[in-house]
Design a protein around this ligand. Structure first.
Ligand code: AHR
Length: 309
């Protein structure tokens, strides 16, 4: 679908709505995954900063990576009769019941960032997020080109059962499947953290005699890649030079790693997206017009030679 066009018109409509009705405060509950890595806190900060600009009172709940805490937070928002609930779900499963409770209470739910698997999609209004599968494809395509289609890859997966871990892996694998000499030789979850990425890479280094035969590292996020880079350097290896390094997020620390030549490419996941999310929610609260089930935020890949903003 025409994302920016849709976001643009929704944003314009909602802005009109807000400026013309400042007396009407809107209360929104936002259940956030946690504060892992660098991308997530940047996203939380943006959501908190943008809310007052849109005339929104935001109730922010950090689930510390635990789905049970998210379920509690959503139930608390329902009890508080908020106008809308925004959820960035930790994992894809286990949402049917609580979303049904929100629907029964007449509170619209919006998914942001991560996805859920539910049999009844009417349980949420829309999901506003990047396309994680495309991110995996962009990473795979970059590595295929950089290695001329011949590469043994080690993979650092994100949180098990989370939409970005599932979809980035699928997208990456779909691309490398086109190249008979590209394969993932080791794959493990580092839970989207720097420490997790470092630990997993240390284990890979041990079990492969210093990454013998390995040509590339695909990490589902930058923080795990930054941890992997540390582990590789400590083992006397040269990431970014002797190993092709690609990951997702494009956080400031990764921009530095790219510039220093310690990493080679990162797919940007935008974090300043409150300005797109809130207008969609506000417009829906105003007119209740059904929305497409997925409003996609674009992704693009950057290298040191092709930096983003
Ligand atoms: O859901 C998006 C992912 O979650 C980001 O890529 C990662 O850094 C975060 O933890």
């Amino acid at each position: 679908m025409m994302l920016w066009k849709r976001l643009g018109s929704a944003a314009a409509g909602a802005a009109m709505f807000v400026s013309g009705s400042t007396a009407l405060a809107t209360t929104i509950g936002f259940s956030q995954v946690g504060d892992e890595g660098d991308w997530r806190p940047a996203f939380s900060k943006d959501m908190q900063a943008e809310a007052p600009k849109e005339g929104i009172t935001l109730k922010f709940a950090d689930a510390q990576g635990k789905q049970e805490d998210q379920l509690k937070a959503v139930r608390a928002f329902i009890a508080q009769k908020v106008d809308a609930i925004i959820i960035a779900p930790v994992v894809v499963t286990g949402w049917q019941q609580v979303l049904t409770e929100a629907k029964r209470a007449g509170i619209p739910v919006f998914l942001v960032d991560r996805d859920v698997e539910v049999s009844d999609k009417s349980l949420y209004v829309t999901r506003i997020s990047a396309d994680f599968n495309l991110e995996g494809k962009l990473a795979g395509a970059w590595l295929a080109q950089a290695s001329k289609g011949s590469c043994n890859i080690v993979e650092l997966q994100g949180t098990v059962g989370s939409a970005p871990a599932i979809e980035r892996k699928k997208g990456f694998e779909a691309i490398i499947a086109n190249f008979p000499n590209m394969k993932i030789t080791k794959s493990q979850s580092g839970d989207f953290t720097t420490e997790g990425g470092k630990k997993v890479m240390e284990a890979f280094i041990k079990s492969t005699d210093n990454l013998k035969g390995v040509c590339g590292v695909f990490a589902h996020n930058d923080n795990m890649q930054l941890g992997a880079i540390q582990a590789m350097k400590e083992a006397g290896l040269k990431p970014g030079k002797d190993f092709r390094m690609v990951s997702v997020d494009y956080v400031p620390a990764m921009k530095k790693a790219l510039a220093a030549g310690d990493s080679n490419a990162s797919v940007e996941l935008r974090s300043a997206i409150g300005k797109y999310i809130y207008p969609v929610v506000l417009q829906y609260l105003k007119d209740k017009k059904p929305l497409d089930k997925w409003i996609v935020i674009p992704s693009d890949l950057h290298t040191a030679a092709t930096p983003g903003s």
